[in-house]
Design a protein around this ligand. Structure first.
Ligand code: ATP
Length: 452
């Protein structure tokens, strides 16, 4: 190993270790947040200190090889001192983190942490699933935030990540196709500087994994109404409890919100089966970090975009209940879709008409290239006029007769013709402003209007 760190008395010292982990789970079970939860317990047993909150970092939501929510995890450890914050619990024991570094770690501790991380990954990762390609990374310096931005907005190449890891003298290991190294490194690169939220995740007792979850819907609704600093808890229209996942993973529920203390209060309101404990994560969820402002000609598949344009084809419902329309800007035309899972949001989209000006927000699907709507800002609505009566002849003062579809009108007495009937403006049933998909269809990274 090439060493670049601080040396005291010829012993390598590092003052902090960043640990990144990704791609340990599969659709049939597992959860990378639980791997971190287990790792933290082992690290605490071995008297390492957790520095700050662990991080749950959502990456590009459109990459085809993700398992579910494309989440990667990062954690900072060291030897610290001073005030502690509660970041979780396990079997009624608090898990705490500190913020002030006390002393450095030695190189042997650095490699011992690597062995510990490796043993936890190898115990929990679902490597028998062909789509699970775990990776873990230990760094003593954060990579540039640029890596995170690319990983949340674009496609990152493994070779670039491996070069970066080598140049940073990282300790790392990738399994199978090693793709997990991408998310593991990008999670460390995230700096929660401009915007961030928190998620409190509770874990089920192991003997309950894979069984039906018991979480009382009424208590979730009460918490949702009382804890206004939380978001995306319950979809009242579609009767969907968004706290609870639907995979056989160890998570019982997760509550998202602005502040860790509010989340701990929110948790105390949820009536549920017994949990093993919980962990608080600092996250990029609900921040819109995945979105890039683009003109239509610059849009690439797998990006998530904000595009301003004018509606050029009226919304149409296709088999499956999906609603499609097209917009154009000065550079091109693109289809936009409100898919069936977006439920009532489609009713808003159906009310758009040619000439309306909109900003669409969404992920770009490749074949055919389409913006999959997460929200829409209707900037202006054109005036639609509706017929009230046939036109009146200006000579005879009598109503004219229609000459047939699209053929105008003619006065029966004097033969005067007119093209258009009398009209009045029709009241539009939608207004300008933002509309978003319901909570049941929300993507992890989408910023709810409540946060905007
Ligand atoms: P879960 O959210 O349940 O943990 P997941 O949806 O996060 O699962 P993973 O199993 O982590 O999915 O798979 C995503 C894979 O894609 C990981 O290997 C990760 O490193 C990789 N990846 C993430 N973002 C990008 C990106 N922008 N470019 C290329 N690969 C990426």
């Amino acid at each position: 190993m090439k060493l670049k760190y601080c040396f005291y008395n010829n012993v390598l010292r590092v003052n902090i270790i960043w640990i990144g982990i990704d791609d340990t789970d599969s659709v049939s079970g597992g959860c990378t947040t639980y791997v971190i939860y287990s790792l933290i317990q082992k690290l605490v047993e071995q008297e390492y200190d957790i520095i700050g909150y662990p991080r749950l970092v959502r990456l590009n939501p459109n990459i085809p090889w993700k398992t579910r929510g494309n989440g990667a995890l990062a954690l900072q450890i060291g030897r610290s001192i001073g005030k502690t914050i509660r970041i979780g619990s396990t079997h009624n024991q608090n898990i705490v983190a500190c913020s002030i570094l006390k002393k450095d770690l030695s190189s042997s501790e650095y490699t011992a942490v690597k062995s510990l991380v490796q043993s936890i990954i190898e115990r929990y990762a679902k490597t028998d699933d062909q789509n699970t390609n775990p990776g873990f990374v230990l760094l003593n310096k954060k990579p540039s935030q640029r890596l995170y931005t690319t990983a949340v907005q674009e496609i990152v190449h493994l070779t670039d990540v491996v070069s970066l890891l080598k140049s940073h003298d990282a300790l790392y290991k990738g399994y199978k196709n090693k793709r997990g190294l991408i998310g593991a490194t990008a999670a460390i690169a995230w700096s929660p500087r401009s915007d961030k939220t928190f998620e409190l995740i509770t874990y089920r007792e192991q003997d309950r994994w894979g069984t039906k979850r018991i979480v009382d819907n009424d208590s979730v609704q009460q918490m949702d109404k009382a804890c206004t600093n939380t978001f995306d808890n319950y979809d009242y229209t579609n009767k969907h409890n968004r706290l609870v996942p639907h995979s056989p993973c160890p998570i019982l529920y997760g509550i998202r919100g602005e502040h860790p203390t509010d989340l701990i209060s929110a948790k105390s309101m949820i009536i549920s089966e017994q949990t093993m404990g919980f962990l608080l994560f600092e996250t990029n969820q609900g921040t819109d970090d995945h979105l890039q402002k683009k003109t239509i000609q610059d849009i690439q598949p797998y990006q998530s975009v904000i595009v301003s344009g004018t509606v050029v084809s009226p919304p149409r419902t296709i088999p499956g209940g999906h609603v499609l329309f097209s917009i154009d800007d000065a550079t091109g035309t693109i289809d936009c879709a409100a898919y069936e899972p977006t439920k009532q949001f489609r009713n808003v989209i159906r009310e758009l008409t040619i000439g309306d000006r909109v900003d669409v927000y969404g992920g770009v699907r490749e074949q055919p290239i389409t913006v999959n709507l997460e929200k829409i800002n209707i900037r202006s609505l054109i005036q639609i006029r509706e017929k009230t009566e046939n036109p009146v002849c200006s000579r005879c003062g009598k109503h004219m007769k229609s000459r047939g579809t699209n053929q105008g009108y003619k006065c029966k007495r004097c033969g005067t013709t007119k093209n258009k009937p009398k009209t009045k403006p029709r009241k539009r049933s939608i207004k300008t402003g933002f509309y978003e998909v319901p909570v049941c269809a929300r993507r992890h990274l989408s910023k709810p209007l409540k946060r905007m």
